[in-house]
Design a protein around this ligand. Structure first.
Ligand code: SME
Length: 155
């Protein structure tokens, strides 16, 4: 997807998410919001292999939360391990253009080539990591970071 189309898709996804979060009768808890965000993102980026959340459930553990994708995602990830675990540890967005070059990368689907992981922080507390996998090399850039960091505010 070229960068113009990508921006358009993110803007459409964001406007639906913004609309829902202000809509009467659509009050969601954290898990409901994650499920909704994952579904809306997958709808706008059907080519993604995986989009979903890993939730912080213990001091050092991430557990699979709401997600969309054809794969059976890895269930539990230690904080510090793999892309998601490092994202959680560093509390910053990680863009990995080629997962084969990432030390300690955790492979859930062999088709994944690039990945972005975005921390979800609420009141200074890390609550989850949003993870997106692509089958294309270098699929994610600063535009993805910009929009996904905006989107996780709604969770
Ligand atoms: N590759 C990730 C694991 C999660 S799956 O890609 C869905 C990682 O290294 O943290």
């Amino acid at each position: 997807m070229n960068s113009v189309n990508k921006t358009e898709q993110y803007k459409k996804a964001l406007s639906i998410i913004e609309h829902l979060s202000g809509a009467d009768g659509y009050q969601l808890d954290g898990v409901g919001k994650m499920a909704t965000v994952a579904a809306i993102l997958k709808m706008h980026f059907p080519e993604w292999i995986f989009v979903g959340f890993y939730r912080v459930t213990g001091e050092d553990t991430l557990v699979i939360g709401p997600y969309q994708g054809a794969i059976l995602a890895c269930g539990t990830i230690r904080i510090g391990r793999g892309v998601c675990g490092q994202c959680a540890l560093q509390r910053k967005t990680l863009i990995v253009p080629d997962v084969s070059q990432f030390p300690g990368y955790i492979a859930c689907d062999d088709a994944t080539v690039s990945e972005i992981a975005v921390p979800v922080i609420k009141a200074d507390r890390l609550v989850a990591v949003l993870d997106v996998d692509s089958g294309l090399r270098g699929a994610f850039d600063s535009a993805d970071q910009h929009f996904l960091e905006k989107i996780v505010h709604f969770v």
